[in-house]
Ligand binder design. Sequence first.
Ligand code: GLA
Length: 425
Amino acid sequence: MAKWSGIIAVVSLTVFLMSLTAATVLPIHPYLKVEDTFISQLYDTSNYGFLQIDNGLARTPQMGWSTWNFFACNINETVIKETADALISTGLASLGYTYVNIDDCWSRSKRNSKGEMIPDPKTFPSGIKALADYVHSKGLKLGVYSDAGIFTCQVRPGSLFQEKNDAEHWASWGVDYLKYDNCYNLGLPPQKRYPPMRDALNATGRTIFYALCEWGIDDPAKWAGKIGNSWRTTDDINDTWISMTTIADINNKWASYAGPGGWNDPDMLEVGNGGMNYHEYKGHFSIWALMKAPLIIGCDVRNITADALEILSNKEVIAVNQDPLGVQGRRVYSSGPDGCQQVWAGPLSRNRLAMVLWNRCSKAATITAKWSAIGLEPSISVSMRDLWKHKVVSENTVGSFSARVKAHGCEMYILTPQRATRSSI
Ligand code: GLA
């Protein structure tokens, strides 16, 4: 009898353990698989994969260019073609900026008699298919824009209730990316309006990146991972220091939800549009890269300034953004007046850390990062590579690191521990 009750207990325990395993099939962030790391679990990824889709895209954040921040509605097929050419001639395309995205205002204000959304004949007389062919011939990809409402924000046709036909139409043109906005949404909940377009895009059989633009209203980080490859977490950016820093702070809140397959989107880059100075744009780009934000250029690439090109072309900063570990960096420490002396950091593959010392004060300041604050064991010796000076600035730093940072400026580093570690990534 005792023998049988023992067997029953073992079987019940096994069944119980199996049910626990079945209940924990959520994807595990690669970060949590790294063995024997020196980096603490400071960088919470517990919500990654919470609802992740897997359409094979967005293993790292998307990179490219979009019309909206500079051109708004003043777009036409020549601008798109010339920008594709400029992405190639500036070398930006070969650094990874491959999506050429047409934002609002590409379509005619009314659907045709067959109910189809068609390009504005005045500005896109050759049609979107011809443009896609052109962009593809350069090795680039084409994006379009629509809206999970009855109109776009500029009152062109939206795709709500027309998802299937519109998706098929775009796929037949060779479209590779859809930004899907949130205007004129009839007050219907986004959780009802965004999935039909995911299903329609998937049903086309064409691989189409799906970028949700819900402005962060209903906390999309909590649900959009099941629906799209990125989701806007904030209202629109504008080309000012206050807008950029405010948006960075809002996006920072959702760090634990980002990961390969789906990213928080704090909106497109303003670098090169003239409203911020060189140091401010450097901070904008460094923090967007560290936060694993989509890097979508928003300036006129055909007439880009040397400073903007230098910032956007920084290969080492881009590599942080595109690191395969895919953990969103975040603010880990702040001090000084109103917390304006800030340390932002995040883990990278091969047990490295990326760190930005960001001085949001109006005067130069010395900012110190203690190892405990950035999640490193205090005794670890690291080499520090400066990603803007492009050189190792210290071989054996232990305990903390300090640097003088200009007003509204930043310094960015990769920290590599000197002791060997075992890392699966
Ligand atoms: C909204 C979006 C912007 C842009 C415009 C276009 O405001 O958030 O990014 O797409 O619409 O009208």
